[in-house]
Design a protein around this ligand. Structure first.
Ligand code: FAD
Length: 460
């Protein structure tokens, strides 16, 4: 083993939490080592946010060609046949490009990137096992950013045709029938994308509603679109087990009291993600764990001084922008500043068709119904929304405000491209805007954001 020596900061895990932290820490003049076993960028860049959004966009464009039929003489000459290998190659190209960007950014900042699997021996020592042998680091500060992994279903273990989102994003051939188990955002985003690429898709969900983190009104346009796309959605499903033979998986389920089977050549299990707590020496650190995640305080410090933790390994919401925001909070403190992770709002986006964005409180979370005012306006009257694609526009934008002082408590939208409105929604909540602030802001025409302005007017 080679003694790599002392560093000021050792970061374990190079996802959007870890690499953001490492760059800021090195820029502040601290000797920083970033340990990553796979590729820089983590789940988000290589197996999550970016590859899934690439697939969603491209599948949307391919499906969109069918909607152009009424405008073309003779209609669409033939049903588009997708070459999945080329779709994946395009997606991989985007991942490679962004990964190269992160590699260069680390080099520019002066971060030492250590390729290999890190294991904490004690609160200050990490041994990294890489291709060139083992290296040992002593660190003044340790930042744990080991991320999360797909949760497995005991009755349907991963393997063969039973896959997680990671394998789904690297499939070489289009499944004939894809069964998605779990109707959260990852399952529905990928299910809709594969349907648009040409696969038959069935969604099974244990709860009584899909996307249970949102209210029924926000989810309704997505439900209607699933129906339009001919994706069968079954809620209230209990799964008993799976049998695999000849590359086919057959699920035994209880569908609202009735036992039956469902067969498919691919079963995508998307029942959530779990903080990655095992395999890297957590037990040698004496840090606290709460609800299956590393326990941290508002500084992002674990229960042991100078061991910090950020991102998915600290629990939910498991989102890349939360991991990065926590990284900045820790980086500020390492540079000697006072900082706390105390955001007013963490935006939540579902890149389904149509998209859902939610910032702050939903109406039922905002308190006593009599104390709040809600304005909900349809995109069907918004000029920009109507120009985005042929066909009906299904969606709305909603402002939730407190009656007493007009303070905006939450903003939600469901509709085409509404994810791009999230920045404005967050800014308004973070800056403590009242309804009249939005009413007095000029929104460009024609844009989706005009509906926010109109909603503020109607509340006023
Ligand atoms: P991760 O990105 O999980 O990175 C952790 C890294 O640590 C990994 O690269 C791993 O190899 C490395 N590592 C772990 N342990 C060790 C060790 N001992 N030694 C060396 N290396 C180690 N979030 C969004 O905000 N928007 C989205 O649209 C979105 N879409 C998603 C779609 C999918 C399909 C999935 C799966 C996730 C999606 N997410 C999305 C979630 C997002 O990917 C995570 O919230 C984010 O990646 C968490 O960042 P992180 O830094 O905590 O850890």
């Amino acid at each position: 083993m080679s003694e790599a020596g002392d560093v000021d900061v050792l970061v374990l895990g190079g996802g959007p939490g870890g690499y953001a932290l490492a760059a800021r820490s090195a820029q502040a003049g601290l000797k920083t080592a970033l340990v990553e076993a796979a590729r820089l960028g983590g789940v988000c860049l290589t197996q999550g946010c970016i590859p899934s959004k690439a697939l969603i966009e491209l599948s949307g464009k391919i499906a969109g060609t069918r909607e152009l039929a009424p405008f073309l003489a003779g209609g669409i000459p033939a049903e588009p046949q997708v070459e999945l290998g080329r779709v994946m190659a395009w997606k991989d190209g985007i991942v490679d490009r962004l990964n190269t960007g992160v590699v260069k950014a680390m080099a520019r900042a002066g971060v030492e990137v250590v390729q290999g699997w890190g294991t904490m021996q004690d609160a200050r020592t990490c041994i990294v096992r890489g291709a060139g042998g083992d290296r040992s680091f002593r660190a003044r500060h340790v930042v744990l950013a080991t991320g999360s992994e797909a949760a497995a279903l005991a009755a349907v273990p991963f393997g063969g045709p039973v896959i997680s989102s990671t394998e789904a994003l690297g499939l070489a051939a289009l499944p004939q029938h894809l069964v998605v188990i779990g109707a959260g955002y990852i399952g529905l985003e990928l299910g809709m994308a594969f349907r648009k690429l040409g696969a038959r898709v069935t969604v099974l969900e244990a709860a009584s509603q899909i996307l249970p983190q949102f209210d029924a009104a926000l989810v309704a346009p997505v439900r209607r679109r699933l129906q339009q796309l001919d994706i069968a959605v079954h809620t209230g499903i209990a799964i008993d087990g799976v049998e695999v033979a000849d590359g086919q998986a057959t699920l035994s389920i209880v569908d609202n009291g009735t036992a039956r089977t469902v067969a498919a050549d691919k079963m995508l299990v998307t029942v959530g993600r779990r903080p990655r707590l095992a395999g890297w020496g957590r037990e040698n650190l004496g840090i606290g764990v709460k609800d299956g995640a590393i326990r941290i305080d508002e500084r992002c410090m674990t229960t042991v001084e100078r061991i910090w933790a950020i991102g998915d390994v600290t629990g939910g919401p498991m989102l890349a922008h939360r991991a990065t925001a926590q990284a900045h909070v820790v980086a500020d403190q390492l540079a000697g500043k006072v900082a706390r992770f105390d955001p007013v709002a963490i935006p939540s986006i579902c890149f389904t068709d149509p998209e859902i964005v939610s910032v702050g409180a939903l109406p039922q979370q905002a308190g006593d119904r009599a104390a709040i005012a809600v304005a909900q306006l349809s995109f069907a009257g918004n000029g920009r929304a109507l120009t985005l694609a042929p066909g009906e526009v299904d969606g709305f934008l909603r402002i939730v405000a407190r009656r007493a002082d007009r303070r905006i408590l939450g903003i939600q939208a469901v509709g085409p491209h509404v994810s791009e409105l999230s920045g404005e929604f967050v800014a308004l909540l973070e800056m403590g805007a009242v309804v009249e602030d939005v009413r007095d802001m000029i929104h460009a025409h024609p844009t989706l954001g005009e509906l926010l302005h109109e909603a503020a007017h109607s509340l006023h």
